[in-house]
Write a protein that binds this ligand. Structure first.
Ligand code: NAP
Length: 335
């Protein structure tokens, strides 16, 4: 990764000239933040308070993954817990109060970082932008199982969001696939609606934290199917069954169910940056401690660059750091 060079300057004229002479409908911004999860909204708050008047290109789901989370119990300052949507709304209002602007229902489809700052970006609603600095906070997406029937029955019994779809499974039987924090947290949430929740895990030990494990084990609606993977999802108009295979004994059996909730991890949404930003073997954008990427003036924060922690609290911290680094970088390199 290259470090910031002190001799680097923005290849622009002055800021005032840029604003006075927009070319071909291209909107020029000091800072563009791509993504509107906790990292993005925090970066927006900090860059707004630094008078950088940031533009957040929010994507099609304001708040990203966190807005799909029913209850957040481990974000400091909220001892009574709050919903993901509430937290996102509060973060948005706070950033806007200091001058951040959010472009909703708009996603970046193209970036050009090769020629340095100002960076060129295009959005799916025909927008074209130049940004002196960019903060990438595009998050991650739930991983698929990639088994027959999964795609076909998505929205008809297969779901990746208990908060969104749990309500439709009132008094029904569902399975949850996975053994991490997400799987157990969502299994607990599903017990509010479902008659029975079977957690299907490929090992005989959960990956989830101790508190969640304890709560799941104490919940009489939750049952565990260990050492087992889902091989196929079947049904007619909607899901009716899954084919399960015990990985130790090889036994295969049909398990009737009304719903399949899949929580088997996430992949970073970094394809947009392929060939431009350095990524690790899993696709996470590589950053240093200052949240700098390999391109000077481009910073990244949150789950697109964090394979390890992936908490709201850590994303918020990384968004803060990225914003402060971007601010310093702009101040140092302004022509
Ligand atoms: P995760 O921790 O990576 O867990 C994924 C789970 O899915 C693991 O149990 C894994 O099994 C299983 N799995 C992966 N691929 C599979 C496949 N192809 N077939 C069957 N099972 C498969 O992902 P996560 O639960 O989404 O959590 C991600 C991060 O967010 C973690 O750092 C977690 O701590 C954090 N998180 C925290 C909270 C919280 O603090 N309340 C809530 C949600 C998420 P193995 O165990 O065998 O690998």
């Amino acid at each position: 990764m290259s470090s910031n060079s002190l001799s680097f300057t923005l290849n622009t004229s002055t800021r005032a000239e840029q604003e006075a002479a927009p070319s071909g409908g291209v909107q020029h911004e000091r800072v563009i933040i791509i993504g509107s999860g906790p990292a993005g909204l925090t970066a927006a708050l900090y860059t707004a308070r630094a008078n950088l008047h940031p533009l957040v290109i929010a994507g099609h789901e304001l708040g990203g993954q966190v807005s799909l989370t029913y209850e957040i119990e481990n974000y400091p300052g909220f001892p009574q817990a709050l919903t993901g949507q509430e937290l996102v709304e509060q973060m948005k209002a706070q950033a806007e109060r200091f001058g951040a602007r959010l472009k909703l229902y708009s996603a970046v489809t193209e970036v050009d970082f090769a020629d340095g700052s100002p960076f060129r970006l295009k959005t799916d609603d025909g927008g074209e932008y130049l940004a002196d600095a960019v903060i990438v906070t595009v998050g991650a997406t739930a991983r698929r199982l990639n088994v027959p029937g999964e795609k076909e029955f998505t929205g008809r019994g297969v779901s990746y969001c208990a908060t969104c779809d749990g309500f439709f499974f009132r008094d029904q039987d569902v399975i949850v696939v996975g053994g991490g924090d997400s799987a157990i947290e969502e299994a607990l949430f599903l017990t509010k609606f479902a008659r029975r929740v079977d957690v299907v895990h490929r090992r005989d030990q959960l990956r989830a934290g101790a508190t969640l494990q304890k709560r799941a084990q104490a919940n009489e609606k939750i049952h565990f199917i260990w050492d087992t993977v889902v091989e196929e999802i079947s049904g007619e108009d909607k899901v009716r069954a899954v084919r399960l295979r015990n990985v130790k004994t090889g036994e295969v059996r049909e398990h009737p169910t009304d719903g399949v909730f899949i929580f088997v991890g996430h992949d970073p949404n970094s394809d947009l940056f392929q060939g431009q930003l350095e990524r690790d073997e899993y696709g996470y954008v590589i950053t240093d401690r200052l949240m700098r990427t390999n391109i000077e003036g481009v910073f990244a924060a949150g789950e697109v660059q964090d394979r390890i922690y992936r908490q709201v609290a850590t994303s918020v911290g990384q968004g803060t750091a990225a914003a402060m680094s971007a601010e310093r970088w702009l101040a140092e390199h302004e022509a």
